[in-house]
Design a protein around this ligand. Sequence first.
Ligand SMILES: Nc1ncnc2c1ncn2[C@@H]1O[C@H](COP(=O)(O)OP(=O)(O)O)[C@@H](O)[C@H]1O
Ligand SMILES: [Mg+2]
Length: 227
Amino acid sequence: MSIVLAGYGLTKKYGSTTALAGVDIEVGERDSLAIMGPSGSGKSTLLHTLAGIIRPDGGQVLLGGERIDRLGENRLSALRRSRFGFVFQSGQLLPELPAEENVALPLMLEGVPRKQAVERARRWFAPLGLDGLERRRPGQLSGGQAQRVAIARALVVAPDVVFADEPTGALDQATSHEVIRLLTSVTREQGAALVMVTHDADMAAHCDRILQVSDGRIGTYDQFTVA
Ligand SMILES: Nc1ncnc2c1ncn2[C@@H]1O[C@H](COP(=O)(O)OP(=O)(O)O)[C@@H](O)[C@H]1O
Ligand SMILES: [Mg+2]
């Protein structure tokens, strides 16, 4: 397995709270990884640290073998925009923009002209079952549709890694399965790796591997042992 993203010896404290107590993690190309664990165990801190949003107190984060945890803020945010995609729980779409422009936004931030960006954005609607919803505003979409638009937006830049933190936290069970099925399959087809935080074992089972976090540490379990 060729490793696209890795964290070694990651530590992070908030005051006297230890959020990460020395985590080693490797993510392969096209790997899909579910991070599970109780509330407050450090899942989001780990995801944000790997994504270059939080700087660790100790340890290293490597993307394609290059250390990114020490990069300056400008280079780091450029790298996040071009090499990572993000899907959060909800409320991440800009309400005043049609769905296709929400998806096109990361491309426009990269300097792609609006017309071309929207054209490329539109290609993602059919694979995600969003045909015909291109001009809808987020307020006119169901929760599941909005998350599928968010997935399109995460993938439109052809990222190396997609990060998803509780992406179905606001959805019912049936819709959640459909959204995670699409997230995992489309991400894999695109050739990106997926790192997903979830507290739901049924959602985690869609991923190739499950990592269990507790008290800022990781234990590895085969998904069949967990289920
Ligand atoms: N910005 C912050 N300031 C202070 N404490 C934080 C902050 N972010 C997280 N923590 C603490 O770090 C621990 C891990 O948090 P988090 O990574 O959000 O856990 P999870 O995502 O598993 O619920 C928790 O005890 C949480 O309260
Ligand atoms: Mg969290």
